[in-house]
Design a protein around this ligand. Structure first.
Ligand SMILES: Cc1cc2nc3c(=O)[nH]c(=O)nc-3n(C[C@H](O)[C@H](O)[C@H](O)COP(=O)(O)O)c2cc1C
Length: 301
């Protein structure tokens, strides 16, 4: 494996939060310590960084883990507010969301919506220099809102930003999380961008990661890593887990995470609601009876 190739766990609201990251790290990442985890986006609410979002970054469950907070914002003002808050909370790296496809966010110019707002992007690019001694930035983006050419339109602004890397999900916001991956358009964008490019989208197997190592600086995996938490460990070791080992790895992570959540949440219904979404990403080969129980009760018997 190329030592410089970077492994990243994607931000997924309600899923890759502190309790999941903590358990994933302990089970599959601690030995090598080479996975960078991203928090789901932290937003502005009532004129301040939303407290619940912020707690996911300040949680003691992050101790010893390489965690980068991600922010979502619509203009330089929101960007500054969140950046200042995170620096105060101890962040030395911040990821900027230019990819969220959720229509209410896009319409307000946040997430992928910012790709169409060059003035705001320019203002943010200018302000970044002021923070250079305190924090480094990265960007996570899509190729556009409606058209993949939109990313090319902002390539120069992104090149003007001091960034560690740019993670690209090769779809438009209109496509949400499904449909064709726009790989040619991604290649065209990557040749225009001076920053290291991290690939993100539908990576679900060690072979899928290996196929990216020559063209990209790293990979960010989301749903594929939820379903196959051993994905990076398998890639590192060069040995694919058997189906039974993969299913066991998934269940082990759920079993380890459950008490952690039980301890921190109030009551059975909160626990159930928090656990349920994970079962939507259970491996297809996992016993359906267990998945059904998980969806219903949070954890199978
Ligand atoms: C339920 C859900 C929540 C997500 N939340 C975030 C988020 O908070 N920030 C972000 O940048 N991307 C978010 N994403 C997008 C993922 O980080 C990732 O870009 C996307 O799932 C594609 O990668 P994958 O095919 O490896 O899952 C979310 C995706 C899903 C399905």
């Amino acid at each position: 494996m190329d030592k410089g190739f970077r492994l990243m766990a994607a931000p997924l609201q309600g899923l890759t939060e502190a309790h999941w990251r903590c358990m994933h790290f302990r089970m599959f990442g601690a030995e090598q310590g080479d996975v960078e985890y991203f928090t789901p986006f932290i937003r502005v609410e009532k004129g301040e960084a939303r407290r619940r979002d912020l707690r996911d970054f300040t949680s003691d469950l992050n101790n010893g883990i390489n965690v980068t907070p991600q922010i979502i914002f619509r203009d330089a003002e929101e960007w500054r507010l969140l950046t200042d808050t995170l620096i105060e909370a101890g962040a030395t790296r911040i990821d900027m969301n230019l990819g969220c496809p959720f229509p209410p966010q896009v319409k307000k110019g946040r997430g992928a919506g910012l790709l169409l707002r060059k003035d705001s992007l320019d203002a943010i690019a200018c302000a970044m220099a002021e923070y250079a001694s305190q924090v480094t930035f990265s960007v996570k983006m899509r190729l556009g809102v409606n058209d993949p050419a939109e990313a090319l339109e902002v390539a120069d602004i992104i090149n003007g930003m001091p960034l560690r890397h740019v993670t690209v999900h090769p779809r438009t916001a209109r496509q949400q999380y499904k449909g064709e991956l726009l790989t040619d358009e991604l290649a065209a964008f990557a040749t225009r961008v001076r920053h290291p490019v991290i690939y993100n989208g539908e990576v679900a197997t060690p072979a899928g990661i290996a196929a990216l190592t020559s063209d990209f600086a790293g990979v960010m995996a989301g749903r594929g890593l939820l379903a196959r938490p051993s994905l990076f460990a398998e890639f590192r070791s060069g040995r694919e887990f058997t189906e039974a080992e993969r299913n066991a790895a998934y269940l082990d992570l759920m079993r380890e995470m459950a008490p952690l959540l039980e301890e921190r949440l109030c009551g059975a219904s909160q626990f159930r609601d928090k656990m349920k979404p994970y079962w939507e990403y259970a491996p297809e080969t996992l016993d359906r009876r267990l998945v059904k129980q998980g969806r219903k009760f949070g954890m199978p018997d």
